[in-house]
Design a protein around this ligand. Structure first.
Ligand code: NAD
Length: 479
């Protein structure tokens, strides 16, 4: 069996790393592979190292680990590099957001039309983009044959930047298209009988093809809307695939937005908490409201504590339901969430992340249909330039990534009113990063409907630059 070296950068993101380790254990064709866990945070690194080792022992897989805080050491000899690091963590993002709110930018200056995902920095993303390029250039230098699986956000900006600025093999990874399966489940139809495609940009994908038993399945969605939409309620802040916002976007654009796309609509859905509640449901008003994001941060903290408990207590087995029952009680979590743990507990079940299936397809020629972010070469989406990364269904095998023909094409409104403006934001973010020209950041805010004066623009940028951790970013912008 061909064994490979997989480097996970930012491996301290424990829940994500565990999913990859579990998937690798369940992929017999990659037996004997080495995972290099890399993180700058030694404590997090030790915790994930112990936990991953424990997991493999319980699952009975044949996976080896190394851990390091040295980027170069991890990338050296790697066949695949997965970048999931978040420079500065959620703390920096919250600080930037707070500075933005102080000057009248509700949910922060990164919160823009078609870019409402709160953990998705585009304009205060200097460190993230710089790190993406550092990693990519290091791969180019010391492991030029390795694939980079770009997972940290912003995936759209980051993958486009790397593909333009380096010659390495890169693809952006996200699981947002799973929203399609939520729709299929809600309609009560068998996924085996559904032929679907999504296309667009990361966090900006649309259900262009939706066929059930060779017939258009959109009428089934219409029926669901008629019968169920008015009584729809979210189960958590991220449950928005069939929210009023999604249905409203579908009505306007002529195709259903899928996954995080629903969070990335226009200001119509986001002016304030009240508006958000109307479109994304009570009580949270979606993931990107102050309430939804607080819920998310709280969950992240609990998950981190659960992981720390399991890592430190030899009596707590990762593969035992009892462990989760006990810990869910300890942290007062709803029982329904236990189903989320079932992927970890079920020794046969893959996590749904696309990374290990991708690696298996490349290494062992086991063909896989995935949805990946790749350069639009060959005009996969014909209205989009070829040097912009698009998120599309592909087949992956030993010879690489083969995009499907997008058929039927995206609606005119999706392309012109949604993808074009989103693409301009990406170009502005990259241009600002590459040139260090503060005027671009200003221009972005001048075009923001929350801006009432140019003084407000200058004040908010100065405030963000004045935060102590932003000193390097400030210098980059010649301030
Ligand atoms: P997190 O802060 O919990 O974890 C990130 C890890 O990166 C931390 O352990 C941190 O120590 C480490 N790190 C920071 N700087 C580093 C550096 N210079 N070198 C190595 N490691 C470093 O964050 P998270 O919530 O796990 O999110 C991580 C990223 O993944 C974010 O950008 C998030 O938006 C993204 N994300 C992507 C997807 C997807 O499907 N593509 C899904 C969820 C989250």
């Amino acid at each position: 069996m061909p064994a490979v070296k997989i480097s996970i950068i930012g491996a301290g993101s424990a829940a994500f790393s565990l999913r990859l380790v579990g998937d690798l254990c369940r992929t017999k064709n990659l037996e004997g592979s080495l995972i290099s866990l890399m993180d700058i945070d030694g404590n997090r690194l030790n915790a994930i190292y112990n936990l991953a080792t424990k997991y493999v022992n319980e699952l009975g897989g044949n996976v080896k680990f190394e851990k390091t805080t040295n980027l170069e050491e991890s990338i050296k000899d790697s066949d695949f590099v997965i970048n999931t690091a978040l420079v500065g963590g959620h703390k920096w993002m919250e600080e930037n957001r707070k500075a933005g709110e102080k000057h009248g930018y509700y949910r922060g200056i990164d919160t823009q039309e078609f870019n409402m995902v709160s953990d998705y920095n585009t304009f205060t993303n200097y460190y993230q983009l710089k790190f993406f390029l550092d990693v990519a250039k290091l791969i180019e230098k010391i492991a030029p044959n390795a694939w980079l699986l770009q997972t940290a956000n912003p995936v759209f900006e980051g993958t486009t930047l790397i593909a333009r600025e380096t010659g390495i093999k890169v693809a952006g990874f996200c699981h947002g298209h799973h929203g399609v399966f939520q729709v299929i489940e809600a309609l009560g139809i068998d996924p085996k009988d559904v032929d679907w495609q999504v296309a667009g940009f990361n966090h900006a994908i649309w259900l262009n093809r939706f066929m059930y038993k060779d017939e258009n399945a959109y009428p089934l969605l219409e029926k669901w809307i008629e019968e169920n939409s008015s009584s729809w309620k979210p189960t958590d802040p991220f449950d928005d695939q069939l929210s009023p916002a999604a249905i409203d976007m579908y009505r306007f654009y002529g195709m259903l937005p899928v996954g995080d796309t629903v969070r990335n609509g226009s200001w119509k859905y986001h002016y304030n908490l009240e508006t958000k509640k109307k479109w994304f449901g009570e009580p949270w008003g979606g993931a990107d409201s102050e309430l939804g994001w607080a819920w998310y941060n709280e969950r992240l903290k609990i998950i981190t504590s659960i992981i720390a408990d399991i890592a430190s207590d030899p009596n707590l087995k990762i593969l035992s339901r009892e462990t989760y029952e006990k810990l869910f009680e300890k942290y007062n979590l709803p029982k329904e969430m236990l189903s989320e743990a079932s992927n970890i507990i079920d020794p046969e079940k893959m996590s749904g992340e696309q990374h290990i299936p991708f690696i298996n397809a490349i290494v062992n020629d086991e063909k896989q249909r995935l949805v990946l972010n790749i350069m639009n070469r060959g005009e996969i989406i014909k209205e989009i330039p070829e040097n912009v990364v698009v998120e599309v269904p592909v087949t992956v095998d030993k010879s690489g990534i083969h995009p499907e023909k997008i058929d039927p094409p995206l609606s005119k409104r999706v392309v012109k009113f949604y993808l074009y403006p989103r693409m301009v934001r990406m170009e502005m973010a990259l241009e600002a990063f590459l040139t260090g020209d503060r005027k671009i950041l200003e221009e972005v805010l001048v075009r923001d409907p929350r801006t009432k004066s140019f003084e407000q623009v200058e004040a908010v940028i100065d405030e963000i630059f004045s935060l102590s951790f932003n000193e390097e970013m400030k210098k980059h912008y010649n301030q």
